[in-house]
Design a protein around this ligand. Structure first.
Ligand code: HEC
Length: 117
């Protein structure tokens, strides 16, 4: 009986973990918080401003993000930073998954709660 309960408990634990892990990419969220939030609001709010094809356009068109921020030296510096460049693909995925028509609504958790920055 005992090992059975342990197995059940472990299975439940793992399924809870993997569910939580799939909600969104916390690494991408933190990088966006660091580099974009001061102007664009929380990462989830920012993601909702445009739809998935717009996100693809801005991220996949060479020089487009730089062009749109050409009068914003702070934004240009953040776009050029190694941490943004390194996570760029993950950040695009994060924005797409939470974009305008994605239907995703994020609850309150340790990284994000309503309007906190
Ligand atoms: C210093 C302030 C500032 C920072 C930091 C900043 N942006 Fe912006 N961003 C702006 C402004 C202002 C606009 C609007 C420009 C326009 O509409 O002509 C804009 C526009 C955009 C747009 C075009 C779509 C839209 O919502 O208007 C995208 C995409 C974007 N920013 C992404 C980013 C990302 C990703 C980061 C973080 C790496 C970032 N921005 C950091 C100020 C900033």
């Amino acid at each position: 009986m005992k090992p059975h309960i342990t197995t059940l408990a472990l299975t439940l634990m793992f399924s809870t973990f993997s569910l939580a892990a799939e909600r969104y990419d916390t690494g991408a969220l933190r990088t966006v918080q660091k580099h974009c939030t001061s102007c664009h609001g929380t990462p989830f709010f920012q993601a909702k401003q445009i739809d998935d094809s717009d996100w693809k356009f801005f991220f996949n068109t060479e020089g487009e993000l730089e062009k749109i921020h050409k009068d914003k030296p702070e934004a240009l510096a953040n776009l050029a930073s190694p941490s943004f460049k390194q996570k760029k693909k993950r950040i695009l995925k994060f924005f797409i998954e939470n974009s305008m028509y994605s239907g995703s609504v994020n609850g309150c958790d340790g990284n994000f709660c309503g309007t906190n920055h």
